[in-house]
Structure formats: structure tokens, C-alpha cells
Design a protein around this ligand. Structure first.
Ligand SMILES: Nc1ncnc2c1ncn2[C@@H]1O[C@H](COP(=O)(O)OP(=O)(O)OP(=O)(O)O)[C@@H](O)[C@H]1O
Length: 248
């Protein structure tokens, strides 16, 4: 089995508050992994640690290591980490620019030629199912798109720099059912090419799309296994109680 990311003895604190405790897990390449757990258990902190975003917080201390393709991301250049490990947030975050300029932004930063930028932008808009919907209004403000379209644009934008891993923090929590299902289909369509790690409160969503599911509680990983095993026959009593709705 090929692993893309290995988390070793990871601990994260904000000042003296311990938020993540001794996490040791490995993420499989080209799979969707869902991270679930009650509010405040540390899911977003964990996700933000996986692409070093947490290091931008002056109150955060990070111990342990995260190995990506046999290299420690904590000692890699941040720009390379962000290119290899992209992130999409809970609320769609298009820049207040045109759709095209949103898509072009990171490509310009990395010095990609105009012709190549155009090719990549079309390809990613097609991949995320947006192209047919917006091909005649690429110069329109991205803020005028619907919430679901904005979130697909953010995914398309994150993919322009060809990350190997895409992290998503509750990407559907601001969307209706139809847009949620669109995003879920999109994620399952692209997993042949990308490794996807998604934080979700929506347990049926984790069950629908994730190959593996990681259950966290109070900053610890309680159980990490095939999604079917976690939902049908979890090994730990605490996972059982969360899955069957006794807490959370
Ligand atoms: N920048 C920060 N400074 C101080 N404490 C923080 C910071 N970010 C998160 N925390 C604390 O860390 C703990 C874990 O928060 P985190 O957002 O990771 O949990 P979560 O499981 O993603 O929660 P939710 O499901 O509600 O989004 C919480 O107690 C939170 O208050």
C-alpha cells in the first residue's frame, strides 16, 4: 500500500493549551479520508497542521513530524508545501476578482506562461464541472457566482498548481443538498489524481465518499480504519457512541 503522508508523534498546543496529542497516522495515496469528531476535538487544527498553515499562528507550537513523500514538510519551504498540499475552507473564499483572475492567481505567482495558464484554467474548470456553466462569463466577478459554484471555483483554483493532496475543511457546510452532492461527486471523480483529506460533521457524507475514516476525540485519534468498518463495526466504544449519536 502506498502512503503519501505520515504523521509521527504530532502534538500541537496553543500557548499552554494542548489541542493535538501524540498523533501517529498514515494517509493513503489517491484515497479520500474523512476526519470526523465532535466540535472542538481538534479536526481543523489537525488539517491546518498538514500543510503547515498552523505555523502562521504565533501562539501555536508544533512537535513531532509530518513526512510527505519521504521529506519532512516542517522543514520544507512553505511555498512548496502549499503548492503540493492545497486547502479549501468551510466558506467559499473567492478573491474579489473575476473568475478568470481567481484561476490565474497562483499560476502567475509561480511564473506559468500565459498560454499554459489558459490551458490549465480551462482544464480545471472542466474537471470541476464549472466550464459549461461559466465559460461565457469568465470576466464576471467570482463573488456573483452561487455559493456552490464559488466552492467549486475554490476547488478548481486549488487544483491549478497541481497539488498532490487536497485538504478540505467542511467544504459543504454552507451549501444546500444539491450543491453538496455536486461537490461529493467532484471529489470522488478526482481522487484518481489527487489524495483527498476532508473534515466533515456530516457523517452520511463521510460514509458516502470516504475510503477511510479517522475519528478524533479531545485531540487524539481514537480510531482510523476503512469507512465501512468504522460505520458498521467500530472497535472502540467511544467511536460507537459518536457514530450512533450518543454524543457529539
Ligand atoms: N488559534 C487558536 N488559538 C487558541 N486556541 C485555538 C486556536 N484554534 C483552535 N483553538 C482551540 O483548539 C481546540 C480545537 O479547535 P479546532 O477548531 O481544531 O476543533 P474542531 O474539531 O475543528 O472544531 P469544529 O468542529 O467546531 O470546527 C478548540 O478548543 C479551540 O478553541
Amino acid at each position: 500500500m502506498s502512503y503519501i503522508l505520515e504523521v509521527k508523534d504530532l502534538k500541537v498546543s496553543f500557548k499552554d493549551k494542548k489541542v493535538l496529542r501524540n498523533i501517529n497516522v498514515k494517509f493513503k495515496r489517491n484515497k479520500i479520508t474523512a476526519i470526523i469528531g465532535p466540535s472542538g476535538c481538534g479536526k481543523s487544527t489537525f488539517l491546518k497542521t498538514l500543510n503547515c498553515l498552523i505555523l502562521e499562528d504565533s501562539e501555536a507550537s508544533v512537535y513531532g513530524d509530518i513526512i510527505f513523500n519521504s521529506e519532512s514538510i516542517l522543514s520544507m519551504e512553505r511555498e512548496i508545501v502549499r503548492q503540493k498540499i492545497g486547502m479549501v475552507f468551510q466558506n467559499p473564499t473567492p478573491f474579489p476578482l473575476s473568475i478568470y483572475k481567481n484561476m490565474e492567481y497562483a499560476l502567475k505567482f509561480y511564473g506559468v506562461s500565459r498560454k499554459k495558464r489558459h490551458e490549465i484554467i480551462n482544464e480545471k474548470l472542466k474537471l470541476t464541472g464549472l466550464y459549461d456553466e461559466i465559460k461565457d462569463s469568465l470576466n464576471k466577478s467570482a463573488l456573483k457566482l452561487s455559493g456552490g459554484q464559488q466552492q467549486r471555483l475554490c476547488i478548481a483554483r486549488a487544483l491549478t498548481v497541481e497539488p498532490e493532496i487536497l485538504l478540505l475543511d467542511e467544504p459543504c457546510s454552507a451549501l444546500d443538498v444539491k450543491n453538496t452532492l455536486n461537490i461529493e461527486k467532484l471529489l470522488t471523480d478526482i481522487k484518481q489524481k489527487y489524495t483527498i483529506i476532508i473534515v466533515t460533521h456530516n457523517l452520511p457524507q463521510a460514509r458516502r465518499i470516504a475510503d477511510e475514516t479517522l475519528f478524533m476525540l479531545d485531540g487524539e485519534v481514537i480510531e482510523f480504519d476503512d469507512t465501512e468498518k468504522i460505520f458498521k463495526n467500530p472497535s472502540d466504544q467511544r467511536t460507537k457512541e459518536y457514530i450512533f449519536g450518543l454524543f457529539g
